[in-house]
Design a protein around this ligand. Structure first.
Ligand SMILES: [Zn+2]
Length: 278
């Protein structure tokens, strides 16, 4: 600092400001997103699933998370949109033939190459290490590099041949903007599914009502309708007599009924009859 040469120290030279947040190594952060489950934070192992926002999970971790109904369950903010297994898609990944797995580096004496990845793009052979954009198709779950999707324009899946449209392409671990776009698409898809369900439901009830109506029409025109009418009238008659019997029994509860009157006449007159007695 000195100050001997007549220099006047400025505030920022004397007061230390807040420490700059250490920038997390970009490569390590990327590797974490591509190699670890977004729920359990354990290394990704097949079967691997992806949500409609393009995050990667171990399937068993998702199942465990969904089944956990205990009050101590820690809610993972990044997984709140996963309500059931239908909200994730099992990925059809292509193994990297040169991948030796984590076992090759158990001693820790080798340089861990973050560029190596367990899976590759089946079309152009790029490794899925987070440096290249990858996406999956919502319809079939097959995973490709974005380069393959752009270079070879197609309307059917490169791997399994299932048809898809542009909205079916979901970017894996995309940028903020891509995530926002995926969120919008997910909401649209859910709304569509809801409307379709509603339409199907109303259609089935309509058909039920229609078939009932046509049945009624055909029976009224047929000769059997007369018989049916007779049968119906018989039923109503019987029900009438039944109600008659019932009403007779019902009436006998009251003192004004003939049976009650008879009973009173037969009894000696020193017994006081209270209203409760009858
Ligand atoms: Zn496919």
């Amino acid at each position: 600092m000195g100050c001997d040469g007549g220099t006047i120290p400025k505030r920022h030279e004397l007061v230390k400001g807040p420490k700059k947040v250490e920038q997390v190594d970009k490569n390590a952060a990327l590797a974490a997103r591509w190699n670890y489950c977004a729920i359990s934070q354990r290394p990704l192992r097949k079967p691997i699933v992806a949500c409609e926002l393009g995050r990667l999970y171990n399937k068993d971790a998702v199942i465990e998370y969904l089944l956990d109904t205990s009050p101590e369950k820690c809610i993972i903010v990044t997984a709140t949109h996963i309500k059931n297994l239908k909200d994730v898609k099992q990925l059809n990944l292509t193994d990297n033939p040169t991948w030796k797995g984590d076992k090759a580096n158990t001693k820790g004496d080798k340089y861990e190459d973050l560029q190596r990845a367990a899976f590759i793009c089946p079309v152009v052979g790029l490794e899925m290490n987070g440096r290249q954009k990858f996406c999956y198709l919502h319809a079939c779950g097959c995973v490709f590099s974005e380069r393959a999707m752009k270079e070879i324009k197609t309307e059917v899946c490169h791997k399994c041949g299932e048809s898809f449209n542009e909205d079916d392409v979901i970017v894996l671990n995309g940028s903020k903007e891509e995530m926002a776009d995926l969120q919008r698409k997910m909401e649209e898809r859910k709304l569509k599914a809801k409307l379709l369900k509603k339409a199907r439901k109303s259609k089935t009830t309509e058909t039920v009502v229609k078939s009932a109506l046509t049945e009624a029409k055909s029976s009224s025109t047929s000769t059997a309708s007369g018989k049916a009418c007779k049968l119906a009238s018989g039923i109503t008659k019987r029900s009438h007599t039944e109600t008659g019997e019932k009403s007779e029994a019902y009436k006998s509860i009251f003192t004004s009924h003939s049976s009650a009157k008879r009973a009173r006449e037969e009894k000696p007159n020193w017994i006081t009859h209270t209203a409760y007695y009858y």
